[in-house]
Design a protein around this ligand. Structure first.
Ligand SMILES: Cc1cc2nc3c(=O)[nH]c(=O)nc-3n(C[C@H](O)[C@H](O)[C@H](O)COP(=O)(O)O)c2cc1C
Length: 171
């Protein structure tokens, strides 16, 4: 059941050095072929970084981010880049951000289901990351996540009750 993977997932910020076979990374990234997106445009490109030097360079520009160290520890870093033109804009809402969020969530859930840890990282200097990774101007770098074997599994974070969030019928 999806709820089991959803409840099991945590933001992991401490990792073992254990390598992840490329086939496992590919297995996780298979979700890219099935995730929903605006008009099925699939306007995403993913960069898989294993090289420690590059990961360290990216981590350097995450100064003050609680996930900074995780990026140096985990053996793989996944970076999600989006072409905003391959998604829609409605009432000022730019749906390429939604496409990217859904994609990363599905990557994180599949990784969690396979026993790996991830953490959604949204706060970073995009221009500096663009320079390090050579991402073309027409793409936005929306999110990245370290991927690895958790060294420490955090407990469940506090969550609001359904009654505080759900309106049946109308607001
Ligand atoms: C849009 C978004 C941006 C986030 N950015 C960061 C980030 O830059 N650094 C970080 O350590 N965690 C980041 N997180 C992770 C959240 O802090 C985390 O999901 C939340 O505290 C709930 O904890 P859980 O994922 O373990 O359930 C982000 C999550 C989301 C959805």
């Amino acid at each position: 059941m999806a709820i089991e993977a959803i409840r099991k997932r945590r933001s992991v910020r401490r990792y073992e050095e254990t390598e992840i076979p490329d086939e496992k990374v590919e297995e996780i990234l298979e979700v890219m072929r099935y995730a929903p997106s605006w008009a099925n445009k699939q306007g995403w490109q993913v960069i898989v970084i294993k090289d420690a030097e590059t990961r360290n360079k990216v981590a350097e520009v995450l100064e003050g981010n609680p996930a900074q160290k995780a990026i140096t520890q985990a053996p793989v870093l996944i970076v999600v880049c989006m072409d905003p033109k391959a998604s829609g804009v409605q009432n000022g809402k730019e749906y390429y951000m939604t496409d990217a969020g859904i994609l990363m969530d599905q990557i994180m859930l599949e990784a969690s289901d396979m026993g790996y840890g991830t953490v959604f990282v949204g706060r970073f200097d995009e221009d500096k990351v663009r320079e390090i990774l050579g991402v073309p101007r027409e793409y936005r770098i929306v999110t990245m996540a370290p991927l690895g074997v958790p060294a420490k599994m955090p407990g469940e974070r506090p969550r609001n009750e359904l009654d505080d969030m759900v309106h049946w019928g109308k607001w």
